[in-house]
Design a protein around this ligand. Sequence first.
Ligand code: UTP
Length: 295
Amino acid sequence: MNRRVSKAIFPVAGLGTRFLPATKSVPKEIMTLVDRPLIQYAIDEARAAGIEDFIFVTSRGKSALEDYFDLAPDLESALEQKGKTELLEILRSTNMDSGTIAYLRQHKALGLGHAVSCARKLIGDEPFAVILPDDVIAAEKPCLQQMVEAYQDTGGAMVAAMEVAPEQTSSYGVLDVADQNGAVTKVRGMVEKPAQGTAPSNLAVIGRYILTPQVLKNMDSIGRGAGGEIQLTDAIAQEITAGRDVFGYSFKGERYDCGSKAGFLQATVAFALARDDLRDDLAGFLADLHNGQQA
Ligand code: UTP
């Protein structure tokens, strides 16, 4: 199969219950890390990896997400008139060309696997990426770009992997490792949210994938898995059962779980400290806070 990856699916149809009440009216993906919504980080990462078609699987109450990607002509002309060229450039960099974005509805939050399979008709017969915007990864070379490059050698299906503490494995999909060669791990099994003490390793799957259309077909034969949801992990694991290759890719970078409050706060601090315009003030504030606590 051709190994060019030009389409990405962004499953954003989850309920976002961990951020209630905010997510009652604000989609999680629109929540801002410093001054950009989570979804913008995901789009930028996808663009850097050569993605040309962006497919959003949304749900009721996510219209703010669609509005975000619309042009803002009034705002642009106001900034133009005021000569605010820097802001204008930032605004324009978020514009998406007509025809490059598709929105699909997942009518019921039946799980990540089900959300991804909603995009089946738009994928056709080529490999595609899946990006979960609530996993934000700070990296010199964007994570998906690292994976797309590695994928040119491996083919098969590929999931981003990272080591987690043994007590955390029950929150993730976990890889059963067959063979490790640098950043690439050949996988012989995968299990979603294993019960405490039963995980096959501490190599966990996080929200970046390169998959083949066959994984979408597998969705027809898997039932509900962990948590009663249709799990993407189970559809990928079927590839291994069928004798096809699945790889874990240990990316270089720092991943923040912005689907959780603690992870979101950590990312906010880390991203703000990485900014020239915010670093000094924030670092001073954090130092004062820390000293105050110690006193
Ligand atoms: P999460 O497990 O973080 O679930 O989904 P959630 O609903 O977004 O948030 P909580 O747990 O209630 O706080 C991981 C990713 O899968 C998508 C989510 O939008 C998120 O990007 N997802 C999950 C769907 O698109 N549909 C689903 O049915 C479930």
